[in-house]
Design a binder for this molecule. Structure first.
Ligand SMILES: Cc1cc2nc3c(=O)[nH]c(=O)nc-3n(C[C@H](O)[C@H](O)[C@H](O)COP(=O)(O)OP(=O)(O)OC[C@H]3O[C@@H](n4cnc5c(N)ncnc54)[C@H](O)[C@@H]3O)c2cc1C
Length: 385
């Protein structure tokens, strides 16, 4: 087993770190305060090749794989976790799924703008009454011959109102459950009948927009159906097995940011005549964070390695997400204690870490759902895909 970075990974790490420090860090506090999505950061990510992971160069991919991808995403998310969403939202969500299931025309038309950062991407499954139970969704697409007519709504969609190109999963067979879902590529700027409503008040992720989407007789051309009709559920599960790496890596990065901050603060803050880091109870807190952070990152890299080598990875991806989320929430919680009252102020990022960490327990499969995936595969109730 090789725990070292390759030369390529090290270069990617340095590039992503310097990008995050130069292009993201200066705006974090200001954008958080204003709940502002700085669109130009996405364009710059595209220019730097930070959106084209595991994608072929002919469509604008950067020619690098999952190991390099998680290395880069980690450096970005450590600075501001809102921006880790762009890699899932553009590359691992729509672009990679179109590459796997799309026609040549769909690939040529939709993948390059997603990887160059010219377009913002998104993917939408969740509805007000359909979350963990994806197969229970109600939004419907009616076949009208040359096109489909979409009616219904989606909820909690990352980048929903900023998105140019998105995947939307809908029913194409009433009462069909998971066997009656299909996936459509939506060209948001050229489709009538879609109202996009920002969800402005949420606990965290203040620089990453979230939206409700309402479709009213929206006409979508037949050539925008992705994959076969009624095969949307397996396509969605395939996609989530990729996008969940964004959550897992982002959570591990947040845990690392909280750890690094706490270490610096514990060495700097003195009480009773010495740095608080000298107290054994503070050391226990630092050790707990370090242990969980290291374990989380190793689970992330193992899942990435399996993906890079085209091996089954669903259970390992769920393990990485489940554990990294726990590590992130715990690290953010401990950081708040290590920093004392200053942690509770806006002088330090402890509040942001805690707010942002909580998202990971819910999106792209709640922690309960990932627990059932890990156990279900282990018990032989489902294969590891
Ligand atoms: C910031 C943010 C961004 C998001 N971005 C997107 C996006 O881009 N696209 C998208 O489609 N969705 C998105 N979501 C939605 C997210 O994926 C769903 O919220 C999530 O799947 C959970 O669904 P729910 O909220 O309806 O909870 P529910 O499914 O109603 O679950 C409620 C509780 O019941 C538990 N539960 C449910 N079923 C089971 C079970 N079988 N076993 C054990 N426990 C169970 C859950 O673990 C949870 O604790 C986003 C959500 C947030 C908060």
């Amino acid at each position: 087993m090789d725990f070292g970075f390759t030369e390529e990974q090290r270069m990617v790490q340095e590039m992503a770190k310097s990008f995050a420090e130069k292009e993201i860090a200066p705006y974090v506090e200001q954008d958080e305060e204003n709940h502002y999505y700085r669109r130009e950061i996405l364009s710059k990510m595209g220019e730097m090749g930070l959106l084209g992971w595991s994608m072929p160069e002919e469509y604008g991919g950067n020619g690098m794989g999952w190991m390099e991808a998680v290395t880069a995403l980690y450096e970005i998310a450590k600075v501001h976790t809102s921006w880790r969403l762009s890699i899932s939202g553009n590359c691992w969500g729509p672009a990679m799924t179109i590459l796997e299931y799309g026609t040549d025309e769909q690939k040529k038309k939709f993948i390059p703008p997603l990887l160059s950062g010219e377009a913002v991407g998104s993917f939408a499954m969740t509805e007000a009454n359909s979350g963990s139970d994806v197969g229970s969704m109600k939004m419907f697409a009616e076949d009208k011959g040359s096109h489909y007519v979409l009616n219904g709504s989606k909820m909690w969609i990352s980048g929903g109102h900023t998105s140019d190109i998105g995947l939307v999963y809908v029913c194409t067979e009433e009462g069909g459950g998971p066997k009656g879902l299909s996936c459509f590529i939506i060209d948001y700027n050229n489709t009538e009948g879609i109202e996009r409503i920002p969800i402005n008040k949420k606990v965290g992720m203040w620089s990453a927009p979230t939206s409700e989407l309402v479709f009213e007789n929206a006409q979508v051309p037949k050539e925008n159906l992705l994959g076969p009709v009624n095969k949307g559920f397996p396509i969605c599960m395939w996609m989530l097995n990729n996008t969940r790496m964004g959550c897992a890596t982002g959570a591990a990065a947040l845990s690392a940011a909280a750890l690094e901050g706490s270490v610096a603060y514990a060495n700097e803050r003195t009480q009773f005549g010495q740095p608080i880091g000298k107290f054994q109870l503070v050391q226990a807190q630092i050790a707990e964070m370090k242990l969980e952070d290291d374990a989380a990152l190793q689970l992330v890299y193992r899942a990435a390695w399996l993906k890079q080598n085209k091996m089954p990875s669903q259970q390992q991806t769920s393990m990485a997400k489940l554990y990294s989320c726990k590590a992130a929430v715990n690290a953010a919680n401990i950081a708040m204690k290590v920093y004392g009252s200053y942690g509770y102020s806006d002088e330090y990022p402890c509040g942001r870490w805690l707010r942002d960490a909580k998202q990971f327990e819910t999106l792209e499969g709640t922690s309960n759902i990932h627990t059932t995936i890990v156990a279900g595969i282990e018990l032989g109730y489902q294969p590891n895909r």
